[in-house]
Design a protein around this ligand. Structure first.
Ligand SMILES: [Zn+2]
Length: 220
């Protein structure tokens, strides 16, 4: 199940969950404008302490949690757009559209997606921060479509090797993709948040970028 692929008048993605095929639009939007590609993609992974330590040793910086500030910013933005920020029953307000519905997708590989994204986007930031309950850490990789020279973060080759091997062998139990409405500066931010890494399971599907509409394909 996918969210309708159309852009709303505010330039957000339509939140009607109607279609089986990526790229289709709901009856309100048939033949309309396609939702915009993201300018920024935040790829987040929940990590256990062992992996968090490993990334820290490889030089990935740790940041304190700004979730309180962020939550307020999201709630304000959602109210401005006339949407109920708590509509999806998540503990934290979210003004975005869940591209794969409330349940998200399960047993997912992100390996091909990451390669695909790195062809088109540049890494501008990578850091660890505590999850809201402080029991786990979240690895956050920020990708931006166009940068001024010097803005790109150059990872050490051992850090990028580790990151790729971490992803290569990973089946993620749960993955949610959020298409957020344009921020105050007009930029579109999408979030891909994965959790429940299961290194011994075989992924059932893989996530693909599909020009910012996002799609899943069965793993052959
Ligand atoms: Zn629609």
């Amino acid at each position: 199940m996918y969210a309708c692929a159309a852009a709303t008048e505010e330039g957000a993605r339509c939140r009607n969950m109607v279609v089986e095929v990526v790229g289709e639009m709901c009856h309100l939007h048939k033949g309309g404008k396609v939702a915009p590609r993201p300018d920024i993609i935040l790829v987040k992974f929940n990590l256990n302490p062992k992996w968090a330590e490993k990334f820290e040793r490889l030089g990935v910086p740790r940041k304190s949690s700004l979730s309180f500030l962020k939550e307020n910013a999201h709630a304000r933005q959602a109210e401005k757009l006339g949407r109920d920020p708590y509509r999806y029953g998540r503990p934290v307000a979210d003004s975005g559209v869940p591209v794969f519905g409330k349940q998200g997708i399960q047993e997912v590989s992100l390996f091909d997606l990451l390669k695909e994204l790195l062809d088109r986007y540049k890494i501008t930031d990578i850091h660890l921060r505590p999850r809201r309950d402080e029991k786990m850490d979240v690895l956050v990789v920020s990708l931006m479509v166009s940068l001024s020279p010097g803005e790109e973060v150059v990872l050490s080759s051992s850090a990028s090797q580790e990151l790729l091997s971490f992803l290569a062998v990973s089946c993620w139990g749960y993955c949610h993709v959020w298409a957020n409405p344009p921020s105050d500066d007009g930029r579109i931010v999408h979030t891909v948040h994965s959790s429940h890494r299961a290194p011994d399971s075989k992924p059932r599907v893989r996530l693909r970028f599909f020009d910012g509409l996002w799609a899943v394909e069965p793993v052959p």
